[in-house]
Design a protein around this ligand. Structure first.
Ligand SMILES: [Ca+2]
Length: 88
């Protein structure tokens, strides 16, 4: 499976009633917005993408873009990447 990092990954943070919260209703307590974000460009940016190539990595985006996503996993759990993941 190829994961496209360049075009950003949804992180499960959404705007509900004008407030940012994690999917499942957990309130956002930390932020990592890129400079001048969130800017709600076009008035429809209600989801958040993670862009690894930026120093501060969050950008609000429209929710209908086709992107990969990342999920939270328990800290003690090992996460093994396959060879296909790195394209080798
Ligand atoms: Ca934005």
């Amino acid at each position: 499976m190829f994961v496209d990092f360049y075009h950003g990954l949804y992180i499960g943070l959404i705007k509900v009633g004008g407030q940012w919260e994690w999917l499942g209703g957990v309130r956002m307590t930390v932020t990592n917005w890129h400079q001048e974000e969130p800017n709600n460009a076009g008035g429809y940016e209600d989801c958040v993408e993670y862009k690894p190539q930026r120093p501060n990595r969050w950008n609000d985006v429209e929710c209908n873009s086709k992107k990969n996503y990342i999920c939270q996993i328990p800290k003690q759990r090992d996460f093994v990447f396959s060879k296909e993941y790195f394209g080798r």
